[in-house]
Design a protein around this ligand. Structure first.
Ligand code: ADP
Ligand code: MG
Ligand code: MG
Length: 875
C-alpha cells in the first residue's frame, strides 16, 4: 500500500505525536474525547521530511492525499472549497513534535477570493466579518507564503485608521476593510508581479509548502538548537475548518491555562477578546479581558469551557494551555498542550498533582525540565533593598526573577552590549520572534504593550528570563532610543530594575541575592535523590564554591583545579620564581614557599566537604600562562632572582609555544619538573592528615588526579613519584591514610589504551572539554568562528562543547569504561567537563555506567534531576 501521508483528526490520537506533531495529535485526541473541535486533517511530519528529500517539492502522492482529504472534509462539514453558497474556509497550521511557539507560521481564512467574499458578505448579512477575514487572509498569506513582510500591510492599516480618526481595528467598517483588502492585493501585485491567487486549491498547496519551508527558517533553527530539537523531526501541517471569532460581539477568541503558568497556583488563567481572530490576543493590538469576565459576557459558554478544562486536565494529568474560539456563542477548542511554565510553577504543579493523587513521585520528577531549574538558581532582589525601594510603575508580572541593568532599545543592541560584558535590560514596545537572540542576552525584558500571553511573556518564561509586560505608562520613542516614565526621561545606558514576580519597576540599580533550595524545590530534589543512581559532584576550586555546591546537593568534588590557586596574592611571585629557575635546587626553594599556602587551601576544601570525596587535579596549563607580561612585574622578578631583565625575557620567550593546547602542559609538566608534582603531593597529603586529625568522624581519602595522560608509562612515571612522596609523608606523620591516584581521560590515545592505563589508575575522570577538542581536532576557543557555518549547512546541529557528542566522544568514553574495568573491576569513573551539567549528556553518562558526574555548583540541582530522570526513563 502507498504510504499514508495524511490523517483526518478522527484517525489520530495523542500517542501519535511523532507522526502528527503535538498540535495534530492533540486535536485528534480532543476529537476522540468528543470535544468541540473544528474538523480537519494533518499532513504528517514524514511528509515534511519527504518534501526536503525531494528537493523542497511536495510529491504527487502527497498532493493527491491532501486533495482527497479536502473532499473528506467537505463531506464532514457540508461546506465546499471555493463555493459561493457555503464556502469551506480553513486554517493551515504548523505543528512539530515538540511545541515551538511562534516559530513557524499559520494562515487563517484560506479559501477566500473576491467572489466568495462578496457572496459570504451578502449571505451572512455581516459584510464586515467577511471583509475582515479576507483582508487578514491576504495579509497572512502574503507574509507567510510569499514572504512579503507584515510591515507593508500594517502601515496601510495605520494609515487608514489615521484617516478615519479611529484607534482600534474593530472600528474599521466593512467598506474600510474592503478598501484595505484591495490595497493589500495591489501591494501584493506590486511586490511579486503576479495577481493574488484565487483558486483555493492553489492557495492550499502554497500554504502547506510554506509551513514545510518554515521548518528551516532562521528563527526556527535557532530555537531548535537552544531546545535540543533535531532538524530531522520535521513539522506536520494541520488543515482545519475555520471557527470565526470575528463575527461580532457574540464571538471572540482566547487562550487559557488550567493553572497559573507563572506561579503554578490552581486557578484558571487566561485572556480573551471579543470580535477578534487568531493571534489578536497574543499580538497585543487590543488589551484583552481576563478569562473570568467571560462568565459575565457569555455564562453558558464559560460554564462549558470550565468543564472542558477539567476534562482535559484530568485526561492529560498535567496543566493545559488551550486556545479557543467562540463563533456566535458556540465554543470551539483549537488547541491544547501541556503548558509551558516557569520553573517555580513547574515545581508547584508537580507537587500539587502528587498531592491531588493525579501522578506518582516519579512522574513528578520526570515532568520538570532540568534546564529550567537554572532560573530558580538565579538571583532575586535583596529583600531589604527591595523593601526600601519605591516603585516608579507597576505592570504585568509576566515572568519571574529580578532584573537590573542598563537600558537598550533593540535586540541587536542587547546582544552587542551583553557580549561586551554589560548587564542590559531590553525595553521595547513589544517583542517579536526576530528579537529572540537579544531577549536571550538581556537580563530582563520590559514591554509597553501586550498581556500575560504576549510574545515577550511567553518567550521570556520559556527562557527563564525576567519579564514585565504591558507597561502602558511608558511613553516610548524607540526610534530615538528614549522613553518617559514617572516624569523622567530614560535614555540608552540608564539603569533600571524590575521584578518579574511583582511587576514592579524601579529607578536605578537594586542589589540581588542568591536563591535557596526550599519548599517544593526541596521536595522535588528529595524525590530526585531517591530515584537516581548516578552520583553528583561539583567542580570547585575554592571553599566558597565548594560550600555553595554542598548546599545545592553536591556529594563531593569531582574536579579541583589547582592552577587557580597559584594566581592569588603573592603566590604568583613565588610561582614565577619557580618558573624562572635554572636548577632543581632553585625550583625547590621557590616551591617550598608555595607548599604551605597550597596545603592551607586543601585543608579548607577538606573542611568544606566534611568527609565527602575531593578529587584534586595536579597542575594542568602551560607555564607561559603564569609569566609576567608587565614591564614592572618582569623587573621585580629579575630583581628577586638576581637575573637581568633580558634573561627573564629570554626565559619567557622560550616558553612560547605554537600550539599551547597541545603543548607543554598536563602531566608533561610533572615529567619535566617532578618537583612540582612532589610539592603538590605533599600539600594534599599533609592537608588530609591535618583535617583527619581534627575530624576523626570524617573519612578523608585523598584522590589525586593526573591530567592529560596519553600513555601508561607516562602515568606510571608520575604516579611512582606521587606514591613515593605520599608514603614518605604518611610515614613521617606516623598515621594511617589511604589515598588514590587516578587520571583524566582526555586524550583519545588514553581512551584507546584504557585497559593499560587502568593498571595504574585507580579512577578515571573524563575531561570531556579536552577530549572533545582532541577528538574533533578543533579548539573550543576557535570553533565559534566556523561552527555557525556548520549549523547552517546542517553538518553539526549542536555545539559539541556544550552537548556531548555521543557518537564519537561518547564511543571513546564507553570504550574506556569497558577496557578499564577489564583491568580493574572496581575502577570508579566520573566526568568533569562542562557536559557534566548538561541534561542529555547526564542521561548518556547514566546509560554507559559512570559512577558520578561533576559540574559547576549552580548546575548541581540540574544534574541531580537529570540523573533521576535518566534512572526513571531507563528502568
Ligand atoms: P501557534 O502554534 O503559533 O500558536 P496556531 O496554529 O495555533 O499557531 O494558530 C495561530 C492562531 O490562529 C491561534 O490563536 C489559533 O487559535 C488560531 N486558529 C488556528 N486555526 C484556527 C481555526 N481553524 N479557526 C479559528 N482560529 C484558528
Ligand atoms: Mg497555537
Ligand atoms: Mg583537560
Amino acid at each position: 500500500m502507498a504510504n499514508k501521508w495524511v490523517y483526518l483528526f478522527s484517525e489520530g490520537e495523542a500517542s501519535m505525536k511523532n507522526l502528527l506533531g503535538g498540535k495534530g495529535a492533540n486535536l485528534a485526541e480532543m476529537t476522540n474525547l468528543g470535544l468541540p473541535v473544528p474538523q480537519g486533517f494533518t499532513v504528517t511530519t514524514e511528509a515534511c521530511t519527504q518534501y526536503y528529500e525531494d528537493g523542497k517539492k511536495i510529491n504527487d502522492e502527497i498532493i493527491s492525499q491532501i486533495m482527497e482529504n479536502i473532499k473528506n472534509l467537505e463531506e464532514i462539514t457540508g461546506k465546499k472549497f471555493g463555493d459561493k453558497e457555503n464556502p469551506l474556509l480553513v486554517s493551515v497550521r504548523s505543528g512539530a513534535r515538540a511545541s515551538m511557539p511562534g516559530m513557524m507560521d499559520t494562515i487563517l481564512n484560506l479559501g477566500l477570493n473576491e467572489e466568495v467574499v462578496e457572496a459570504l458578505g451578502e449571505k451572512s448579512g455581516n459584510p464586515r466579518w467577511a471583509w475582515d477575514c479576507y483582508r487578514r487572509f491576504i495579509q497572512m498569506f502574503s507574509d507567510v507564503v510569499m514572504e512579503v513582510g507584515k510591515k507593508y500591510f500594517e502601515v496601510l492599516i495605520d494609515k487608514m485608521k489615521e484617516e478615519k480618526g479611529i484607534e482600534q481595528d474593530v472600528d474599521l467598517t466593512a467598506d474600510d476593510l474592503k478598501t484595505l483588502a484591495n490595497q493589500f492585493k495591489a501591494e501584493y501585485k506590486k511586490m511579486l508581479g503576479t495577481d493574488f491567487p484565487t483558486d483555493p486549491k492553489e492557495q492550499l498547496l502554497a500554504a502547506v509548502t510554506a509551513v514545510f519551508r518554515s521548518w528551516d527558517n532562521p528563527r526556527a533553527n535557532i530555537y531548535r538548537r537552544d531546545n535540543d530539537i533535531p532538524y530531522s523531526w520535521g513539522t506536520a501541517v494541520n488543515v482545519q475548518m475555520m471557527a470565526f471569532g470575528n463575527m461580532g460581539e457574540t464571538s471572540g477568541t482566547g487562550v487559557a491555562f488550567t493553572r497559573d503558568p507563572a506561579t503554578g497556583e490552581k486557578k484558571l488563567m487566561g485572556e480573551f477578546l471579543l470580535n477578534a481572530q487568531g493571534e489578536d490576543v497574543v499580538a497585543g493590538v487590543r488589551t484583552p479581558q481576563h478569562i473570568n469576565q467571560l462568565k459575565e459576557v457569555m455564562p453558558e459558554v464559560f460554564e462549558q469551557f470550565i468543564g472542558i478544562c477539567s476534562t482535559l486536565e484530568n485526561h492529560y494529568r498535567d496543566m493545559q494551555d488551550m486556545e479557543f474560539t467562540i463563533e456566535d456563542k458556540k465554543l470551539y477548542m483549537l488547541q491544547t498542550r501541556n503548558g509551558k511554565r516557569t520553573a517555580f510553577a513547574a515545581l508547584k504543579i508537580a507537587c500539587d498533582l502528587v498531592d491531588e493523587g493525579m501522578i506518582t513521585e516519579e512522574k513528578a520528577v520526570s515532568m520538570i525540565e532540568p534546564r529550567n531549574l537554572d532560573t530558580l538558581l538565579h538571583p532575586t532582589f535583596d529583600a531589604k533593598a527591595i523593601a526600601e525601594a519605591t516603585p516608579i510603575a507597576k505592570a504585568l508580572a509576566a515572568s519571574p526573577g529580578a532584573a537590573s541593568g542598563q537600558i537598550v532599545f533593540t535586540a541587536a543592541d542587547a546582544k552587542a552590549w551583553a557580549e561586551a560584558g554589560k548587564r542590559v535590560v531590553l525595553v521595547r514596545l513589544e517583542t517579536s520572534p526576530e528579537d529572540i537572540e537579544g531577549m536571550k542576552a538581556a537580563n530582563g525584558i520590559l514591554t509597553v504593550r501586550g498581556g500575560m500571553t504576549s510574545h515577550a511573556a511567553v518567550v521570556a518564561r520559556g527562557m527563564g528570563t525576567c519579564c514585565v509586560s504591558g507597561c502602558s505608562e511608558i511613553v516610548m520613542d524607540e526610534e530615538n532610543k528614549v522613553f518617559k516614565l514617572a516624569g523622567k526621561e530614560y535614555h540608552e545606558g540608564d539603569v533600571i530594575s524590575f521584578d518579574g514576580t511583582t511587576g514592579k519597576i524601579y529607578d536605578g540599580a537594586i542589589p540581588t541575592q542568591e536563591a535557596k533550595i526550599v519548599g517544593e524545590f526541596g521536595r522535588i530534589m528529595e524525590w530526585a535523590d531517591k530515584y537516581r543512581t548516578l552520583g553528583v559532584r561539583t567542580n570547585a576550586d575554592t571553599p566558597e564554591d565548594a560550600r555553595k555546591a554542598r548546599e545545592l546537593g553536591a556529594e563531593g568534588i569531582g574536579l579541583c583545579r589547582t592552577e587557580h590557586m597559584f594566581f592569588e596574592g603573592d603566590r604568583i611571585d613565588a610561582f614565577r620564581e619557580m618558573i624562572c629557575s635554572d636548577t632543581v635546587e632553585e625550583r625547590e626553594e621557590a616551591l617550598a614557599k608555595i607548599l604551605p599556602v597550597q596545603q592551607g587551601d586543601f585543608e579548607k576544601l577538606y573542611e568544606a566537604l566534611e568527609g565527602h570525596p575531593v578529587t584534586i587535579r595536579f597542575l594542568d596549563p602551560p607555564l607561559h600562562e603564569f609569566v609576567p607580561t608587565d614591564e614592572a612585574d618582569i623587573a621585580k622578578l629579575a630583581k628577586t632572582k638576581g637575573k637581568s631583565v633580558e634573561d627573564i625575557k629570554a626565559i619567557i620567550e622560550s616558553l612560547h609555544e605554537f600550539n599551547p593546547m597541545m603543548g607543554h602542559r598536563g602531566c608533561r609538566l610533572a615529567v619535566t619538573y617532578p618537583e612540582i608534582a612532589k610539592m603538590q603531593t605533599s600539600a594534599v597529603i599533609r592537608a588530609a592528615i591535618n583535617v583527619a586529625k581534627a575530624h576523626p568522624e570524617w573519612s578523608i581519602k585523598p584522590e589525586i588526579m593526573i591530567p592529560l595522560v596519553g600513555e601508561v608509562k607516562e602515568l606510571k612515571y608520575v604516579k611512582d613519584m606521587v606514591v613515593e612522596t605520599a608514603d614518605a609523608e604518611i610515614k613521617a606523620a606516623g598515621v594511617e591514610l589511604e589515598y588514590e591516584v587516578g587520571t583524566m581521560i582526555e586524550i583519545p590515545r588514553a581512551a584507546l589504551t584504557a585497559d593499560e592505563i587502568a593498571k595504574e589508575a585507580e579512577f578515571f575522570c573524563f575531561g570531556t572539554n579536552d577530549l572533545t577538542q582532541m577528538t574533533f581536532g578543533f579548539s573550543r576557543d576557535d570553533a565559534g568562528k566556523f561552527l555557525d557555518a556548520y549549523y547552517d549547512a546542517k553538518i553539526y546541529e549542536n555545539d559539541p562543547f556544550s552537548k556531548l557528542d555521543q557518537t564519537a566522544v561518547g564511543r571513546l568514553m564507553e570504550m574506556s569504561i569497558k577496557l578499564g574495568k577489564q583491568s580493574r573491576p572496581n575502577l570508579h569513573v566520573g566526568i568533569c567537563g562542562e557536559h557534566g551539567g548538561d541534561p542529555s549528556s547526564v542521561e548518556f553518562c547514566h546509560k554507559i555506567g559512570l559512577d558520578y558526574v561533576s559540574c559547576s555548583p549552580f548546575r548541581v540541582p540540574i544534574a541531580r534531576l537529570a540523573a533521576a530522570q535518566a534512572a526513571i526513563n531507563n528502568k
